[in-house]
Design a protein around this ligand. Structure first.
Ligand SMILES: [Zn+2]
Length: 77
């Protein structure tokens, strides 16, 4: 189910959600492209939203802010 991208340092297949290359230890600070950096952030945002949907939280300013941010970002009405 995981998506993979190619490590720019060693060419290994690296799961998108991985924090670093399992083969050579490169991480997104040292080895990935800007495009892959954006994907990693989007995955993180998606996880936040999914966790909110599955476990409706007590109203919490930080969570509400995160949700509003996602709505604005995705163009939701
Ligand atoms: Zn690598």
């Amino acid at each position: 189910m995981s998506k993979y991208f190619t490590c720019r340092n060693c060419g290994a297949d690296v799961p998108i959600e991985a924090c670093g290359c399992p083969e050579c230890g490169s991480d997104r600070e040292t080895g990935w492209s800007e495009a892959e950096r954006v994907i990693a952030l989007s995955e993180k945002d998606a996880q936040i939203v999914f966790s909110l949907l599955e476990n409706p939280p007590e109203p919490n300013a930080q969570l509400k802010a995160a949700f509003e941010k996602h709505k604005a970002f995705s163009g939701d009405k």
